[in-house]
Design a protein around this ligand. Structure first.
Ligand SMILES: [Fe+2]
Ligand SMILES: [Fe+2]
Length: 329
């Protein structure tokens, strides 16, 4: 659903002396020529580590992102909404699986990644640590959260690592359906009864700022951005993407008759975009540290799902062992 490097992370280590300068030069030339780097190709250790961190964070975000919406499947207001929501939550599971596979091609295992998530070592998008209080939150998530995800992910279709770029092509098609269904649900609420309009505005108020946080810390506090841009892991900076999102979303809110909860929001003719207020970065870093309103509930739900799914993994492994034995005989 989302990706960007989260929080203040240690800088990627400079390239060690152990790395062959000729190999490095050839690698950098390929990246500069917009060639894809594939799993068996030589790559600098820091490139590999940055990708493992970014792709696994992205995968975790897809999987944890199923939780706030999964909560509403039984309470969707109509059969049509229920079908749409079921399909969307299932898509997010698929996104997580493609991404875990892409990360595995870099030499990390599924078990290591899951263990890092469950122990709290790995990060995932801060957005999923906010609660979903009413049905309008589900509409707002589709419109804003999946909308922000598309903004982040479209440039990643041209990211330099082949398996990640290819996973993004399908993911982006599905995210675009997610954004549209959210906007459609929001349109219905915004044009509904007075109570529905209030619900829509209330959800918008609560999800607007966390959505802007999805693009990660401001560029001046994003130490890995320059290296990631150079290696074409990232194609745009956090602030560039945030600006794009605001410029596209504000007219959509106006069309719905909703008020953007930002008194500093103003069209700026010179830059051809909106000026907007400062994100509460203290809140952002607190949520990154695991202090989000429902962070604990999310991890408890994930751990329970993992434990309750143990028999499925064991059955699949037993079936595979039998199949191999039969094939060998
Ligand atoms: Fe997704
Ligand atoms: Fe999505």
């Amino acid at each position: 659903m989302y990706t960007t490097e989260l929080g203040k992370q240690p800088n990627v280590k400079p390239i060690g002396p152990a790395e062959d300068p000729a190999l490095l030069e050839a690698f950098e030339a390929r990246v500069a020529a917009d060639e894809f780097i594939e799993p068996k190709d030589w790559m600098p250790e820091a490139y590999r580590r940055t990708l493992v961190r970014q792709i696994s964070q992205h995968a975790h975000s897809e999987i944890v992102g199923m939780l706030p919406e999964g909560n509403w499947i039984t309470r969707a207001p109509s059969l049509r909404r229920k079908q749409i929501l079921l399909a969307k939550v299932q898509d997010e599971a698929g996104h997580g699986l493609y991404l875990y596979c892409a990360a595995e091609t870099l030499g990390t295992s599924r078990e290591e990644m899951i263990e890092a998530l469950h122990s709290g070592k790995a990060k995932y998008s801060t957005i999923f640590n906010y609660p979903t209080l009413t049905w309008a939150d589900i509409a707002a998530i589709g419109w804003l959260v999946d909308g922000a995800a598309i903004m982040n992910q479209v440039p990643l279709q041209r990211t330099s690592y082949g398996p990640y770029a290819r996973a993004m092509v399908r993911v982006c098609k599905e995210e675009s359906f997610h954004q549209r269904q959210g906007y459609e649900a929001m349109t219905e609420l915004a044009n509904g009864t007075a109570a529905q309009k209030r619900m829509a505005q209330d959800a918008f108020n609560r999800w607007w700022w966390p959505s802007l946080m999805m693009f990660g810390p401001p560029d001046e506090n994003s130490p890995n951005t320059a290296q990631s841009m150079r290696w074409r892991i990232k194609r745009d900076t956090n602030d560039e993407l945030r600006q794009k999102f605001v410029d596209i979303t504000v007219p959509q809110a106006e069309y719905l008759g909703l008020t953007v909860p930002d008194s500093a929001l103003k069209w700026n003719d010179d830059k051809g975009g909106y000026d907007f207020g400062e994100v509460d970065w203290d809140e952002f870093y607190a949520v990154v540290r695991g202090e989000g309103p429902v962070a604990r509930e999310r991890m408890t739900a994930r751990r329970e799902a993992w434990e309750q799914g143990a028999w499925v993994r064991e059955a699949a492994a037993a079936h595979e062992a039998k199949r191999r034995k039969r094939a060998a005989a």
